[in-house]
Design a protein around this ligand. Structure first.
Ligand code: DGT
Ligand code: CA
Ligand code: CA
Ligand code: ZN
Length: 585
């Protein structure tokens, strides 16, 4: 188990103990133990365990040292399993409602006997929750909203979560001896930020074994439909998946159809009709009048329809990448001869806006840099939180300057091939001023300006606030512009046109925050914004080494926004990026 996985379990133990009403000191010991563990590097952890000196680390006592050792060496912890089993699952489920922590859940359980979301909803609607001490009318209303949101959001899943499940299934399908071709389709293939269900298209020599295999996947909780050539399953996470088996000569048509989107399919069908053809999930045939035998587009033509590129070509189009198939002008785009080449993951040479253990990250500066080096990146931008983000352990001026020095020493040491840029994720204060003074801001290589407070400002106030931050001469880029958390929280209201215009006018970059629950600024804005000259930076906002991989989701979103390599700072080589940042200092 990695140190961060172990830290997650320690935190969960803290939460569960709090649900049980354990002594606060004991509870806090788990949270601070998790922090202390994150500050140790993986190799150091193994050494401490081997030398049995883990308990000498500040924040880790004898009992915690034992538990960490058990988790590291066996991947399990008997104490944790017992603890989980001793708590009603409904109480743990209540933790998913925003605004409900262990303390409030204990009060609801103790005083109203509430032990499930359904029971909470009922008690709120009956007005009983508002009467409890520490709750009130407003809290009750908020809880009801949280429950309603959870139901609405519960039907969709983050692209990243869906992708992790789908990638495994796809590998498994392709490894089956009977399978000739297998692809995923639907919104997942289009790289949409949230996914309703997974869609798989398979061509196989024998279908029954494939259906059997699919229905027996680990994590399948229920087989909701099962036929000779299709099946639908539901995983314990609630995610559903559809499998469709098709004859090999129909594969590209099925793949194209089930990739969608619906809007794209409608336009494609209209285009086919205008050419006397009829396009469907089964094929492309001549659209002769009713009752006549539909004739394949020439036997030879049909035989050549092996890839989607063939299908598009039959309609006089270039290949349209799945990410663009949203019915937003991609067909006119594909008629052109000089197609722009969309950005690809391999174009990335680095990323900005990443956190370390100095603020709320879970890996040290050296660990983050090593991970960036392993990805082959030429540079890595660190940007820990600023002082006003105290909830995220934001850095004071003094701590920031110490980090700048630490980064300078690291770069000079030649320990890593990856260059580290020192930065700050500087809070934009409610009035639009930045959290650090200019002298401090001049000490870092770049400044990501982000909103982390006063989310409820009006559209006018928020727009003015962001524009003031953009006008600051030391702002390099705006972080997660709308603050949205997918499936959890809407972004704040903004006049996008004004903010984007101001950014272009002042040469400020807007980030495409690649964190799977943000993907902010939304891809729908990028096409027009980039055409007008806005520069993008694909930033993972990583809080641990594995978070750097999230750039994959950012690249998909960028492609959905029609972005080419040229529009993106982080595709440029180190020397150009260095020059670019220096111009802004
Ligand atoms: P999702 O699952 O809600 O995130 O979105 P999709 O796009 O994956 O939708 P899904 O799973 O219902 O269907 C997959 C694709 O199949 C969809 O993108 C387009 C195609 N499709 C499904 N139903 C229809 C339809 O009624 N008309 C057309 N033109 N296409 C359809
Ligand atoms: Ca789908
Ligand atoms: Ca589906
Ligand atoms: Zn942030």
């Amino acid at each position: 188990m990695t140190k961060n996985e172990i830290a997650d379990i320690l935190e969960q133990i803290g939460t569960l103990l709090e649900l049980k009403g354990e002594n606060p000191f004991k509870i806090r010991a788990y949270a601070s133990g998790a922090r202390a563990l994150e500050a140790i590097e993986e190799s150091e952890l193994d050494r401490l365990i081997a030398e049995e000196s883990l308990q000498s680390v500040k924040g880790i006592g004898e009992a915690l040292a034992q538990k960490i050792t058990e988790l590291r060496t066996t991947g399990k912890l008997a104490f944790f399993e017992k603890l989980q089993a001793s708590i009603e699952p409904g109480l743990v489920e209540l933790l998913q409602i925003p605004g409900l922590g262990p303390k409030k859940i204990r009060a609801l359980h103790g005083q109203l006997g509430i032990a499930s979301i359904a029971a909470l909803s009922e008690a709120c609607r009956a007005g009983r929750v508002a009467e409890l001490a520490g709750f009130g009318e407003k809290t009750q209303q908020k809880l009801l909203e949280g429950i309603a949101n959870r139901e609405a959001y519960g039907r969709r899943h983050l692209w990243w979560d869906a992708y992790e499940v789908a990638a495994q299934i796809l590998l498994g399908l392709r490894a089956l001896p009977d399978v000739v071709r297998a692809e995923h389709a639907g919104s997942l293939r289009r790289g949409l930020e949230t996914v309703g269900d997974l869609d798989f298209i398979v061509a196989a020599r024998q279908v029954a074994p494939v259906v059997d295999w699919f229905c027996a996947q680990p994590g399948v909780k229920e087989v909701t439909a099962r036929g000779e050539t299709k099946a639908s399953v539901r995983f314990s996470s609630g995610l559903q998946a559809d499998l469709r088996l098709v004859p090999e000569d129909q594969f590209v048509f099925a793949l194209h159809h089930f990739t969608g989107s619906k809007a794209h399919n409608v336009e494609m069908r209209q285009r086919a009709l205008a050419r006397g053809l009829s396009l469907s999930e089964w094929g492309l045939v001549s659209a002769a009048g009713e009752g006549t035998v539909k004739e394949k587009v020439g036997a030879a033509g049909a035989a050549r329809m092996v890839t989607e590129a063939d299908l598009f070509a039959a309609l006089g189009l270039r290949f349209i990448p799945p990410e663009l198939r949203e019915g937003m002008g991609e067909i006119e785009w594909a008629e052109r001869a000089d197609l722009p080449r969309l950005v690809e993951e391999s174009d990335l040479r680095g990323a900005f806006h990443n956190h370390t253990t100095a603020s709320d990250g879970r890996n040290t500066l050296a660990e983050m840099t090593a991970a960036a080096e392993a990805l082959g990146w030429e540079y890595l931008g660190i940007a820990d939180h600023s002082k006003s983000s105290f909830q995220a352990n934001g850095l004071s001026e003094e701590r920031l300057l110490r980090q700048v020095e630490e980064i300078r020493v690291l770069n000079a040491s030649g320990r890593f091939r990856t260059h580290v840029f020192s930065g700050t994720e500087c809070d934009i204060l409610p009035d639009g001023r930045l959290d650090f003074d200019d002298d401090t801001l001049r000490q870092v290589d770049y400044v990501v300006a982000s909103v982390h407070s006063a989310f409820t400002q009006s559209e006018e106030e928020m727009t003015r606030r962001l524009i003031r931050a953009i006008e600051h001469p030391l702002t390099t880029m705006l972080g997660h512009v709308t603050g949205r958390l997918l499936l959890r929280r809407e972004g704040y209201k903004l006049d996008f046109g004004k903010v984007i215009d101001a950014a272009i006018a002042h040469g400020v970059i807007i980030e495409l925050n690649a964190s799977p629950w943000r993907l902010d600024l939304d891809w729908r804005h990028w096409h027009r914004a980039a055409e007008r000259g806005l520069v993008c930076s694909i930033n993972p906002d990583a809080h641990e080494t594995s978070g750097l991989l999230h750039v994959k989701a950012g690249v998909l979103a960028a492609r959905k926004g029609w972005l080419t390599r040229d529009a993106i700072l982080t595709t440029r080589p180190l020397k150009d990026v260095t020059a670019y940042l220096q111009r802004r200092r």
